[in-house]
Ligand binder design. Structure first.
Ligand code: SF4
Length: 425
């Protein structure tokens, strides 16, 4: 069970291995926390248990300041025992919801472990309900279940569900850029301004802020992934003709510049113009990062596999902050999407795909890292053993992409070190 198998070689000097065994991750329902804030007229109805309701409520609860745009339709014992018609109950819940909330334009039925266990066909239910509520409300479905997923796969599944709904771009359409992955509005606005200054005129974002603004997709669409966990979405967009641009992810000054440059190159932006447009942002990021470099330089960092952001974050910490990477765990390693990132990691970096929790805990304890990035469930035990930890989920709840967030990203890693240093005084 504790397989440690070498993989076929990539264009990288990293030591990449796979590991299989017990895992400790959140499920894909977690993505609702940031997605419901992003798509402003969407509603997420989890079809699940009380456990699912508690998970979403406690993860999002502290952030609710208006009427929430998510809820859970509870599958109870009668449903599980097959005594009730779950479809009829679901239709009743949805009808009541849409009557109460006429602002909803897009309803996601989000599958869970219980809905999968009773084999409730939410795709079919979504089609049926879409017909009922057409044209006012579109109903889609995806799975956020914890069976074989990591928590960021919820966003991937949600965005992949949107792809068939996107209009087809005309074959004669001018080249357009589609930025894929949920970004905080403030970050999206910053990137939109930079693309406009670069002279890239036709830029859209997926997900759009409103359900009715889904961008078109076709052979002239260039895809720029803003998040590293969108394998299914990228595959669906490529199947509709989009062409993915290879790029690092927009984390830190270097990652943001590489990401923007991939778009600039694809759209023929002259390099001197690119340098002029990005100069101010690069300078701001460099100034902000300098504040944290002394705290993070030469710190030994260990990543447990959790968010799928691990490889780009490791690249940022190593190259821009001078940290030493002990181990970079990641739940999945998409060889193509991650190739530009892997090429930037120092030779010999230990990258471990998958998880065998006990073995990894042993390696972490033996290494005594200065900073461990891990899920919530591991953070408390490791803190109790005297290790400084950072919850990886915070990196999804916080705007961290782009030049103006580079300092905030560094600060997220510097904060636990500072706190621990205080505790040790
Ligand atoms: S979807 Fe599964 S893992 Fe997630 S909260 Fe519900 S029961 Fe738990």
């Amino acid at each position: 069970m504790n397989a440690h198998a070498p993989l076929p070689s990539l264009q990288t000097g990293c030591d990449i291995r796979q590991e299989r065994g017990q895992r400790a991750v959140f499920c894909g329902l977690t993505g609702i926390v940031w997605l419901h804030r992003k798509i402003q007229d969407a509603f997420f109805l989890v079809v699940g248990s009380r456990t699912c309701a508690h998970l979403v409520q406690s993860a999002a609860g502290v952030m609710i300041f208006a009427e929430p745009r998510f809820a859970t339709a509870i599958i109870d014992e009668r449903d599980l025992a097959g005594l009730a018609d779950a479809n009829e109950e679901l239709d009743r819940v949805v009808r009541r919801l849409i009557e109460r909330r006429p602002d909803i334009r897009l309803l996601f039925l989000v599958g869970s472990c219980p809905s999968e266990v009773i084999k409730l066909d939410l795709a079919r239910a979504a089609q049926r309900l879409s017909r009922t509520f057409h044209p006012d409300v579109r109903v889609l479905s995806y799975s956020g279940s914890g069976i074989e997923t990591t928590f960021t796969q919820g966003e991937d599944a949600c965005l992949a569900a949107l792809v068939p709904e996107m209009p087809k771009a005309a074959a004669s359409a001018a080249p357009s850029l589609l930025v894929v992955g949920a970004l905080a509005d403030v970050v999206e606005d910053q990137f939109a301004r930079l693309f406009a200054q670069l002279g890239i005129a036709d830029v859209a974002f997926l997900p759009a802020r409103r359900a009715g603004e889904l961008p078109a997709i076709g052979a002239n669409t260039r895809l720029l992934l803003a998040q590293p966990f969108l394998a299914d979405t990228a595959r669906a967009l490529e199947a509709r003709g989009g062409i993915r641009l290879a790029a690092p992810f927009p984390l830190g000054q270097e990652g943001t510049t590489g990401w923007l440059r991939a778009a600039a190159d694809a759209f023929g932006v002259p390099s001197d113009h690119f340098a002029r447009v990005t100069a101010a942002g690069r300078a701001r990021a460099a100034t902000a990062l300098a504040l944290y470099r002394a705290r993070l330089a030469a710190k030994r960092v260990f990543f447990f596999p959790d968010s799928q952001l691990e490889v780009p974050l490791a690249r940022f910490l190593s190259r821009e902050m001078g940290a030493d990477l002990i181990e970079v765990g990641t739940p999945y390693l998409h060889r193509q999407h991650m190739a530009p990132e892997l090429a930037l990691l120092p030779d010999g970096t230990q990258v471990v795909e998958g998880q065998n929790l006990d073995a990894q805990m042993d390696r972490c304890r033996a290494a005594r890292p200065d900073l461990t990035i891990c899920g919530l469930g591991l953070a408390n035990p490791l803190e109790a053993e005297g290790l400084a930890t950072k919850w990886s989920i915070e990196l999804l709840f916080t705007p961290i992409q782009g030049y103006d967030q580079a300092g905030d990203l560094a600060e997220l890693f510097a904060r636990p070190l500072k706190r621990r240093a205080r505790l040790e005084v």
